[in-house]
Design a protein around this ligand. Structure first.
Ligand code: NAP
Ligand code: F7E
Length: 369
């Protein structure tokens, strides 16, 4: 008998990779989508209409929709990935973030209890390294104290504790994966990695002049999202319900990410200045770029804007994945930092080329002026 999984946040970066992963394992996959005036389903468009993939309208802020759906689907496993996931946005929309990211977790747990599925249904909660926030120890493991440092992190901390509470109070199989940053060619375009890889591609192809960033010193443990969804599944297949840190154990700064991304786009950077005055300047170009119109040696292609500073910023995340390696047999290094940056830039170079050709064609046909 194939298993049935319900994924909240199926249209997101992780939801799309997890859907592919579970379908390949023979699961019946159900995903929750929410109503919006323009449906954004680019990441799962290739799965729609396939026999074992089903989409349902519901919303993390609407208990009734979740109770009805859990009753209808009768899932063996729920992957709760839905969230307002942008840390900076959580400062602008803290109440919405709390509703979806904190109370939303409670709604899922109660939907399972209301349908009397406590004994059958295992629940994965998408927890986060942001819980460590203003870090009290480096590297961070399952035993490192939490110090959340944004409305997003505070909301996610509630999610973490309510999962633990239901595990202990009702003997439910529910677990948190404390995932460190994971990126991909499907990453949202306002997260720093994707913002950089897209801008590097646009600057190399003459479609953008300068990239504005916030804190360049911030340190992150960046992994590849496609590798990380396997862990979500492994956590639910574990004998006992436990929480796990999922990370690579390697740390880089935003500046290092940008340097490498521009390198893969054909631009060698040098950095000058400090803080708000720091600039990324073109030091060298590949012969192909030197011969083209556009970016030149000496151009400032990265600058700092205070618009991207946060009221409180998390600056030193480094995960210790020892427990996941030992108990789940997971390899945290299957995709290295260098491979991750390269694959994202390669993808975005092609995306920008396609956009460029579409624009040229539209201009020629008079579709846009
Ligand atoms: P993402 O790309 O931003 O996707 C978030 C998903 O949540 C989207 O499908 C979104 O739907 C959905 N969603 C938001 N509000 C909703 C609501 N009210 N009702 C129903 N669905 C709603 O995030 P991600 O990077 O895949 O991350 C997945 C989860 O892991 C999130 O919970 C995130 O907080 C957590 N996490 C991520 C990372 C990371 O580095 N990526 C690390 C640790 C933890 P729409 O498409 O309609 O917006
Ligand atoms: O920022 C700095 C910024 O927005 C990373 C989410 O998936 O991972 C993600 O949260 C760092 C921060 O991700 C810009 O200040 C500099 O220190 O890419 P980010 P995040 O905040 O780490 C965690 C684990 C999650 O759980 C979240 O859901 O980069 N930074 N300049 C910038 N960040 C952004 N976005 N834009 C900039 O221009």
């Amino acid at each position: 008998m194939s298993k049935t999984a319900l994924i909240t946040g199926v249209t997101g970066q992780d939801g799309s990779y997890l859907s592919e992963f579970l379908l390949a394992k023979g699961y019946e996959v159900h995903g929750i989508i929410r109503r919006s005036s323009v449906d954004f389903r680019e990441r799962i468009a290739h799965l729609e209409g396939t026999p074992h993939f089903h989409l349902h309208y519901a919303d993390m802020s609407d208990s009734m929709s979740l109770v009805k759906l859990v009753g209808k689907v009768q899932p063996d496993e729920i992957y709760n990935l839905a969230a307002q996931s942008h840390v900076q946005v959580s400062f602008d929309a803290p109440e919405f973030t709390a509703d979806v990211d904190a109370v939303g977790v409670l709604r899922i747990l109660e939907a399972v209890r209301t349908n009397h599925l406590e004994a059958k249904c295992r629940i994965y909660q998408a927890s986060t390294s942001e819980l460590y926030g203003k870090v009290e120890d480096v590297p961070q493991s399952e035993t490192t104290p939490f110090h959340p440092y944004s409305p997003y992190a505070v909301a996610k901390l509630y999610g973490y504790w309510i999962i633990k509470e239901y595990r202990e109070a009702y003997n439910m199989f529910c677990c948190s994966g404390i995932l460190f940053n994971h990126e991909s060619e499907r990453r949202g375009e306002t997260f720093v990695t994707r913002k950089i890889t897209l801008a590097a591609a646009r600057i190399a192809q003459g479609m953008q002049d300068c990239l504005y960033l916030g804190n360049l010193d911030s340190l992150r443990d960046w992994g590849y999202a496609r590798d990380y969804v396997e862990c979500m599944w492994l956590i639910l297949q574990h004998e006992t319900p436990e929480d796990f840190v999922i990370a690579t154990g390697v740390q880089h700064s935003v500046r290092e990410f940008a340097t490498l991304a521009f390198h893969h786009a054909g631009i060698e950077l040098r950095w000058e200045g400090k803080g708000i005055d720091e600039k990324g300047i073109v030091n060298n170009l590949t012969p192909a770029l030197s011969e083209r119109e556009g970016v030149k040696v000496g151009d400032v292609v990265v600058a700092v804007s205070p618009d991207f500073y946060r009221p409180t910023d998390v600056v030193n995340l480094l995960g210790d994945p020892t427990k996941a390696k030992r108990e789940l047999g997971w390899n945290p290094q299957s995709t290295s930092f260098e491979q991750l940056v390269e694959l994202m830039v390669k993808h975005d170079m092609q995306k920008v080329t396609r956009e460029h050709f579409n624009l040229a064609e539209y201009l020629e046909k008079g579709i846009v002026k």
